[in-house]
Write a new protein. Structure first.
Length: 119
């Protein structure tokens, strides 16, 4: 089927417009998915938990170096505290990782279908 030049130009212009529209939508979805403020608004309890875990980790790290230099008995307790904090941090990191993955998959549904096929 041979198209007329005017029809071909019109068809190309329509396709360009569709591509531009798709790229704009994709850009908006990406901005929404990477905006931490939106995530905090949508998931305040997860954000609070992550902040709490990070605070525990930072306070444990800064306190443990001072305590360790004071003696072995306290050092052992500090080691136990550091292990607990490490466990909490690992759990929080896993939860945060799942939450980010779900947020990205929700923002980009095509990734969810590709991800489920590869798993």
């Amino acid at each position: 089927m041979v198209e007329e030049p005017d029809e071909l130009k019109r068809h190309m212009a329509e396709q360009r417009q569709r591509i531009d529209q798709s790229l704009n939508e994709l850009g908006n979805q990406f901005e929404t998915a990477t905006d931490w403020k939106t995530y905090v608004r949508q998931h305040p309890w997860w954000a609070l938990g992550g902040g709490f875990a990070a605070g525990l980790l930072l306070s444990g790290l800064s306190g443990s170096s001072k305590v360790m230099s004071s003696g072995t008995r306290v050092s052992r307790e500090t080691g136990m505290l550091a292990q607990r904090i490490d466990n909490l941090f690992g759990a929080a990191l896993g939860i945060a990782s799942d939450a980010v993955e779900n947020a990205v998959m929700d923002a980009f549904p095509i990734l969810r279908s590709r991800h489920s096929k590869s798993a």
